[in-house]
Design a protein around this ligand. Structure first.
Ligand SMILES: Nc1ncnc2c1ncn2[C@@H]1O[C@H](COP(=O)(O)OP(=O)(O)OP(=O)(O)O)[C@@H](O)[C@H]1O
Ligand SMILES: [Mg+2]
Length: 322
C-alpha cells in the first residue's frame, strides 16, 4: 500500500478485560470484550477522528495503538513492527496525550523537569542543554520560557495541557493518540488547543488519532472518521462524507444531537437511551436496542462493514433502503 507508513491493527478480537462481579459473598470473574474486530490503518499525516459514547472502547483502542495495552487477539504494528516489546511500548515515535493534564503531570516536578526528563532518559538530550531545550519546547506550544521553574498547580487547565503537549513533543513523536485531549477544557480554550494541535501537525508533519465523544470537536479537525459502538466500528470514512452523509443510524443519532463547536451546550444528551452494559452485550447489532430503524433480524447476527470505497457502515437495513 503505497504512501501508507503507519499501519495499525489487524483482524479479529482485540482486547479482553477481566472484571470481577460480586454475586452474594463470592466473586465470579466475568470478561468485558472492550474491542472486537477493529481493523484500522492510520495513514501518515492524517487526522483520524475516533468517535463514540462513553465506554465504547475508544481509550482501549488508543492504548493498544501506542503499545500501552496488549490485545488478546490480533496485532498492532507500526512501520511493520509490533508496537510492544514484552509488556512495554516499543516506539518512542508513538505517544499519547490524555484528557486530564492535571493528573498526568507530577505535581512535585517543575515544568523543566516535566518536559526535559523524558528526553534525557531516552538519550535525546544532554543535561547541560536542558534549559535551552525546555525554553524552545515552551515557545513551540505558545508559552513563555520563564515558566519553566514553576509547578503544575500554578497553571490553568489550558496551560497545563500545553505543558503536556510540550512534554510529548519533546520525545519527537511522529504519531500522537490524543484521548479526549480537550474534553476537560472550557469551550474557548478548547478551540485554542485544537488550533495548536493543527499548527503542530503542519509544523512537524505529525499524524493524529484524535479520540473524542464530541463530534463538534472531530468535525473541526478530522480527515477521516471512525465511529464506534460497544467495541465495534459501525461507520468509517472521509470526514467530509461521513458528516455530510452519515449512513449508520448511530452516527445519524450522534450527529443530530451534537452541537457545533461554536455553539456548544454542555448538557446535551448524545443519543436517547442508555448504552447497554458490555457485560451483557445485545445480540446481533449491539445498537438495535436503541435504534429507530430496528427490525427483528437486527438481533440475529453482527453486521459487517458494507459500502463502496472508503465510506463504509455496518447497517444492512440502511443499505437495503438506499
Ligand atoms: N481496567 C479495566 N477493567 C475492566 N474493564 C475496563 C477497564 N477499562 C475499561 N474497561 C471497560 O472496557 C470498556 C471500554 O472502555 P474504554 O475506556 O476503552 O471506553 P471509552 O470509549 O474510552 O470511554 P470514555 O468515553 O468513558 O473514556 C468499557 O466497558 C469499560 O467499562
Ligand atoms: Mg476513554
Amino acid at each position: 500500500m503505497r504512501g501508507i507508513e503507519h499501519i495499525f491493527g489487524r483482524r479479529e478480537d482485540w482486547v479482553d478485560k477481566g472484571v470481577r462481579l460480586i454475586r452474594g459473598k463470592r466473586t465470579a470473574p466475568a470478561r468485558v470484550r472492550a474491542l472486537n474486530g477493529v481493523d484500522l490503518t492510520l495513514r501518515k499525516g492524517e487526522v483520524l477522528g475516533i468517535a463514540g459514547e462513553s465506554g465504547c472502547g475508544k481509550s482501549t483502542l488508543g492504548r493498544a495503538m501506542v503499545g500501552l495495552m496488549h490485545p488478546t487477539g490480533g496485532s498492532v504494528t507500526y512501520r511493520g513492527q509490533p508496537v510492544m516489546r514484552g509488556r512495554r511500548p516499543r516506539h518512542l515515535k508513538l505517544q499519547m496525550i490524555f484528557q486530564d493534564s492535571g493528573s498526568v503531570l507530577n505535581p512535585r516536578l517543575r515544568v523543566k523537569e516535566l518536559i526535559g526528563e523524558g528526553p534525557i532518559l531516552h538519550g535525546l538530550l544532554a543535561r547541560r542543554d536542558l534549559e535551552d531545550f525546555v525554553a524552545d519546547q515552551l515557545e513551540t506550544v505558545g508559552m513563555a520560557p520563564d515558566v519553566m521553574n514553576r509547578y503544575p498547580h500554578q497553571f490553568s487547565g489550558g496551560q497545563r495541557q500545553r505543558i503536556n503537549i510540550a512534554r510529548v513533543l519533546a520525545l519527537q513523536p511522529e504519531t500522537i493518540v490524543c484521548d479526549e485531549s480537550v474534553a476537560a477544557l472550557d469551550v474557548s480554550i478548547q478551540a485554542q488547543i485544537l488550533n495548536l494541535f493543527m499548527d503542530l501537525k503542519d509544523r512537524f508533519g505529525l499524524t493524529y488519532a484524535f479520540i473524542s465523544h464530541d463530534l463538534g470537536v472531530l468535525r473541526h479537525i478530522s480527515d477521516r472518521i471512525m465511529v464506534m459502538y460497544l467495541g465495534r466500528v459501525v461507520e468509517e470514512g472521509p470526514a467530509a462524507e461521513v458528516f455530510a452523509n452519515p449512513r449508520h443510524p448511530y452516527t445519524r443519532a450522534l450527529l443530530e444531537n451534537a452541537p457545533r463547536l461554536s455553539r456548544r451546550n454542555q448538557t446535551f444528551q448524545a443519543v436517547p437511551g442508555e448504552v447497554p452494559s458490555p457485560l451483557n452485550m445485545p445480540s446481533g447489532c449491539a445498537f438495535h436496542t436503541r435504534c429507530a430503524l430496528r427490525r427483528p433480524e437486527c438481533s440475529l447476527s453482527v453486521p459487517n462493514l458494507i459500502g463502496s470505497g472508503a465510506h463504509r457502515h455496518a447497517c444492512p437495513i440502511v443499505e437495503a433502503a438506499a
